[in-house]
Design a protein around this ligand. Sequence first.
Ligand code: UDP
Ligand code: MG
Length: 333
Amino acid sequence: MPDGVVSVAPLRARPTLAIVVPCFNEEAVLHTLLARLARLNEDLLASGRIAEPAEIILVDDGSGDATWEIITSAHLAGPVTGIRLSRNHGHQRALLAGLMQARADVVVSMDADLQDDPDVVADMIDAYRKGAEIVYGVRASRASDSRFKRWTARGYYRLLAMLGTELIPDHADFRLMSRRALAALSGFEETNLFLRGLVREIGFASCTVHYDRTCRTAGESKYSLAKMLALAFEGITSFSVRPLRIIALVGCVIAALAFIMAGYSLFAWAAGKTLSGWTSVVVPMYLLGGLHLIALGVIGEYVGKIYHETKRRPRFILDEVRPSQRKFHEVAA
Ligand code: UDP
Ligand code: MG
């Protein structure tokens, strides 16, 4: 059941729904996904949550396998919009491309591998009808993740909280957003994308629904360690300048220690007790050299971000769009 939205107002009207799925080399799972989403459509229609079938928006993020062929044949067969990006732009940008294409009242984003439980979409729509503009899907357990992923995830959320960025723990990109929330999201024009952080910045009434995240239905994870690390850094540096302040603070502490050491050395020199000290020269030298390099690296990370942002390059380039033949009763501008 959804947590967080308490409303005594009458329910909102049944919304039109779009489901956005970024796909990168997902040929192994797409048929299963499409069958599952067709069943979801039937369930949502039968339970009266939506008035017309959901539009499925599949974004091919520069796949090298049969992903686009499967998407185009699904487009011919049903309410599927196919979007093909010009190359692999990465999960976050592919997702944004799909979200910006959606015209429904509410849009749900999920992964292609069915790790996000489609049945939870019903709860998300209920929460929307009670007034939530954003509904976050939160993993009730991370049992399907490796121990390494669980530990690093927990440490990461703690680190972000220490740096002043409060994310919703165990929420990835499985969420519902209303048209209003999407319009607000389109106002964020940054090139460096970390959607789960950006969506938190929007505000509005929101709530969470919990689900059990299962293992990948088929195929391999498309998030390499390098991609995961890049996303993690994005999350830190896109929302907080605290690392820069920490560097300045460490610098102050070291400078204070250096002053004390200088005073002590002068005193020792005046008393005629000059040290032959090799250690006291070499250890601070390496220590400070290392600290300097770390500091430069952190500052460089932010300068790099500014560099990318100033170019204002497009965040994704569309190669082809095959809009679903179905039209929603209400088409937003
Ligand atoms: N994905 C994408 N572009 C990429 C990498 C991943 O569109 O460059 C998609 C992928 O097809 C899937 C979603 O992002 O729908 C999440 O990827 P995956 O399930 O492999 O990540 P994991 O669950 O292992 O973190
Ligand atoms: Mg996955």
